[in-house]
Design a protein around this ligand. Structure first.
Ligand SMILES: Cc1ncc(COP(=O)(O)O)c(C=O)c1O
Length: 400
């Protein structure tokens, strides 16, 4: 056995999260795509069957109250909260990340221009120029709707463009292509120093590392639940609104679900109190309850332990790639510094699309991002050091 293979075995032997893998439906495949779609938690099919047969099939409409369907968005938000460092009452689950980006950015501009805020004529929205495209498209539309100018800049350059015209800033906690982790505490403080609110997109960090929303005074945040939170394909996203800002959160999508008295059927809108101002229409209950069941996997898990394993896995994978892959065939885009690394490794590689197709044929599933990036996501709840070693070995064979 090679030294690295033996080392992987030893690392797996002392991994305190190793037993978690049994809680997921996995096979021999090396699954390194949990940063796109998390694996299926084994308890979800049974829970969904119960929801279908009993809650929908037998109780029917009674389930909105008797099975807790109506309050699911806030209840499940409170289960996500500890994973992103938020106290209860600040997160609602529902809609897609894209829709929540829209709500958050427009609401942030309205907060910045609130008459109670001395920041009057703010007319610039700053957006991460390297963002996942949907955030950029929505920021551009939000800018047009609010009469703002859009300023796309790389996250590291954000402090240089902030000022008294800044109305809102939309940033990604981790870059979806390279896995680079951005400085959430530092950038949040810089945006606040300019008197503006910040919106963070947590899609690539929630469930992979500590986020510390409350600790760092983040104003608004959004994220998906189908990556490291394993909620299932198209599972609903979430919206965090800091408690102190909730009275000023003026949603651009006020629906009957965010009304103070939803069943009053009143013609005038009156916003509910709290995070449920972020709700819009009828929640997608089946997806939502699948997500709720999937969150059981986090019981007893410390996010610090997850982060420690994530860094150990990505370090080990990079070492294996360095040892096995012929020099010059791949270039790591993932920062070497832990403080700048999310939970994925991105390798630039000639013919990356074809290479990934061949890896998948050999049972190593990552993904390809145009034009030349191989992405490997490391989900600490179910990826082992043995997986990391095998993936690097098969990558080397494929490139040989
Ligand atoms: C950083 C980021 N933001 C937004 C999205 C899109 O989310 P949704 O499809 O839920 O709108 C993704 C999807 O992968 C993403 O990675």
């Amino acid at each position: 056995m090679s030294d690295l293979r033996a080392e992987a075995e030893a690392l797996d032997g002392k991994d305190e999260l190793a037993a978690k893998r049994e809680e997921f439906v996995l096979d021999e495949t090396v699954y390194l795509d949990g940063n796109s779609l998390g694996a299926l938690p084994a308890n979800v099919p049974g829970r969904l069957a119960e929801v279908m047969t009993h809650e929908w099939g037998e109780l029917r409409i009674r389930s909105w109250s008797e099975s807790g369907w109506w309050t699911a968005p806030e209840r499940i938000g409170d289960r996500i909260a500890p994973l992103v460092g938020a106290a209860p009452g600040q997160i609602v689950v529902g809609d897609s990340t894209s829709v929540n980006v829209f709500k958050a950015v427009v609401a942030a501009v309205r907060i910045a221009r609130d008459p109670g805020n001395p920041s009057g004529g703010r007319d610039e929205i700053v957006v991460d120029a390297t963002t996942f495209p949907t955030d950029g498209y929505i920021a551009e539309s939000a800018a047009r709707l609010t009469g703002c100018r859009l300023i796309p800049v790389a996250p590291g350059d954000v402090p240089g463009v902030l000022g008294d015209r800044t109305a809102a800033v939309l940033l990604n906690h981790a870059d979806y292509r390279t896995g680079r982790l951005h400085d959430l505490p530092g950038l949040t403080a810089a945006v606040h120093a300019a008197g503006a609110p910040v919106v963070w997109d947590l899609c690539h960090t929630a469930g992979a590392l500590p986020v510390g929303l409350d600790e760092h005074g983040v104003d608004l945040a959004v994220g998906c639940t189908y990556k490291y939170l394993n909620g299932g394909p198209g599972s609903p996203a979430y919206l965090y609104v800091r408690e102190a800002l909730q009275p000023r959160f003026d949603s651009p999508l006020p629906g009957w679900n965010s009304h103070a008295e939803p069943f009053g059927m009143r013609a005038e809108f009156e916003a509910a109190d709290g995070a449920l101002r972020g709700r819009v229409g009828t929640p997608d209950i089946l997806s939502m309850l699948a997500l709720e069941a999937s969150l059981d996997a986090w019981d007893g898990v410390s996010i610090d332990a997850v982060r420690a394993k994530s860094l150990a896995l990505t370090d080990f994978f990079l070492r294996c790639v360095g040892a096995y892959v012929p020099t010059g065939r791949v270039e790591s885009l993932t920062p070497a510094a832990h403080a700048e690394r999310g939970s994925q490794v991105a390798l630039r590689c000639e013919g990356a699309g074809d290479v990934m197709r061949r890896l998948i044929e050999q049972g190593v599933v990552g993904d390809f991002r145009a034009p030349d990036v191989l992405r490997f996501g490391f989900t600490p709840l179910y990826v082992s050091f043995g997986d990391a070693e095998r993936a690097a070995r098969i990558l080397a064979r494929t490139l040989a």
